[in-house]
Design a protein around this ligand. Sequence first.
Ligand code: PGA
Length: 239
Amino acid sequence: MVATFKNYRDLSAFAANKIIRLVKHKKNAVLCLAAGDTPALTYHLVVETAKREAISFSEIIFTGLDEWVGIGPDIPGSCYHFLQQKIFGPLGIKKTQIHFFNSMATDLQQECNRINTIIQTVRGIDLALVGIGLNGHVGFNEPGIDPAGSAHVVTLDEVTSIVGQKYFKTNTALSKGITLGMAQIMQAREVLLLAAGTKKAAIIRRTLKEDISNAVPAGFITTHPNGWILLDEEAAAEL
Ligand code: PGA
């Protein structure tokens, strides 16, 4: 389903409401949340509502979506740091509730295996909230990805390495990522893909108008039975 909202705030309120409703309905839901500029307001609204309505997240399980290889959790710009600031910290989420990639691990393949096992153990993801890269990536599932893949280490697309600088104060070498695979995202019971702003208009056009293939990984989400592409009017401008 594609839903277009008047503005970024309305889009964020819709996504936040989906998370809140799930958490109210399923105390031990498994959430997979993306870092990035786009979901920031969604998380702010989730925190605001959870506090106002005293909604407990104490049994919710969080799985990581992706992380920059070699960028530790304490570094501003890492996906973990972002989520810690925006949602884990403000909601008082315990470390034991969070299953995130350790991108500093010496054996990254073992780290992928660990996360794959956790996702199976928790019986899959209830809700995955993802963004879309300017190249159509989802998590770090870059163009050309194997859609059947599980967690893996990836050499980042040039676009991702360049655009990723926006999260860091100083120039940071970003060459590899570790990410859930497209298949794991597609196996989530519900997927929300958020895109806002004019800079996303061209890739949203490609996502929704081109034949679905790994050239634009976000396109796969349009085939998910509970997949939502949530756009503001600017991101929808070329449709
Ligand atoms: P953004 O990142 O929300 O910061 O635009 C999206 C992404 O690369 O997935």
